[in-house]
Design a protein around this ligand. Structure first.
Ligand SMILES: C[S@@+](CC[C@H](N)C(=O)[O-])C[C@H]1O[C@@H](n2cnc3c(N)ncnc32)[C@H](O)[C@@H]1O
Length: 304
């Protein structure tokens, strides 16, 4: 997953499959469910800090909408952080929304949790009430016209409501620059390929519009005030837990599948060695694996 322009992960995950549920381009989001879910679970400390930051600014929201919720890990964190709020998870993938509902039920929040399936941003028009807080993490960059999407989100806000988008940050790091074999700097070169791929993904989206990705400026152009940005870190140093290691294995496996052929032969061989469970120097065993990521949240308010 490259990310969002951050290259977290979904970028690396781009483009493997055909249209499965009409998002207008070639992702099979439902197939990515386990990875999206385990990644979001691992990143929970980062999201909790982001939500606590928002909680200082958004007092007692009645309705929170998570646009492009995926499997709803963050939607459920909203339900936990704001126990008085109703949460609606919106996504194009019904199988992912089913996971979101199951999660909310397990967490005891099923009675104040709803889902809405459909194409963003138009589906937001089907919401019964304006949102006090509308969150969109790593979803706006999958929409062809990002400025129009933000304007549509802003329109669905109640007066005084907050729009918060998580876009950008830094590419995730799992390994030291020099890992003892191959050419140092493998992850940086992977990021270059992911950036190219991300650019192609955006260019091929239906109604794709090139725009300067100045998120605070885009929020302001959408008619919102008080735009500000803050970046949140996920710092899971070595030695990592089994869960973190499993994430690194899954993420690099995905990288190998999606962009492996775009790397040069030496880097491909290095990546294969890193993923070989029988190799002591692979990410399955090496002691120096870590997870270091940074995601940026941009927030702004609808004038009263
Ligand atoms: C990278 S995932 C992000 C999931 C979650 N917000 C997170 O941060 O972990 C992008 C999500 O946006 C949804 N999505 C992408 N394009 C969409 C569209 N045009 N309409 C509705 N949902 C869309 C996908 O189904 C997927 O769940």
């Amino acid at each position: 997953m490259a990310h969002d322009h951050q290259h977290d992960h979904d970028h690396d995950h781009e483009h493997k499959h055909g249209h499965k549920h009409g998002h207008g381009h070639d992702h099979d989001w439902a197939e990515m469910a386990p990875l999206l879910e385990s990644e979001a679970e691992l990143f929970t400390p980062l999201y909790e800090r982001a939500l606590n930051w928002l909680a200082k600014e958004v007092t007692e929201p009645g309705l929170i909408v998570d646009a492009g919720s995926g499997p709803g890990v963050i939607s459920c964190l909203f339900a936990e952080t704001f126990p008085g709020a109703r949460v609606v998870a919106v996504d194009g993938s019904e199988p992912l929304l089913e996971r979101a509902r199951d999660r909310a039920g397990r967490q005891g929040a099923g009675d104040r949790f709803g889902t809405l399936a459909g194409e963003l941003p138009d589906v937001l028009g089907e919401l019964d009430y304006p949102a006090d807080l509308l969150w969109a993490s790593r979803s706006v960059h999958h929409l062809g016209d990002q400025a129009a999407a933000l304007a549509a989100c802003a329109e669905r806000l109640a007066p005084g409501g907050t729009l918060a988008v998580m876009e950008g940050g830094l590419p995730v790091r799992f390994l030291p620059r020099d890992i003892g074999f191959g050419r140092p700097g493998l992850q940086a070169r992977i990021n270059v390929v992911e950036e190219e791929r991300f650019g192609r993904m955006r260019a091929e989206l239906p109604g794709s519009v090139a725009v300067v990705e100045d998120w605070p400026a885009l929020l302001t152009s959408a008619g919102l005030h008080h735009a500000r940005s803050r970046t949140f870190l996920l710092d899971l140093p070595a030695p990592v837990t089994d869960r973190s290691r499993a994430h690194v294995v899954a993420a690099l496996t995905r990288t190998r599948e999606v962009i492996g052929e775009d790397l040069d032969a030496d880097d491909r061989a290095t990546l294969d060695r890193l993923l070989d469970p029988d190799d002591k120097a692979s990410v399955h065993h090496r002691p120096d694996v870590f997870v270091l990521a940074a995601h940026t949240v941009h927030a702004a308010v609808r004038p009263v």
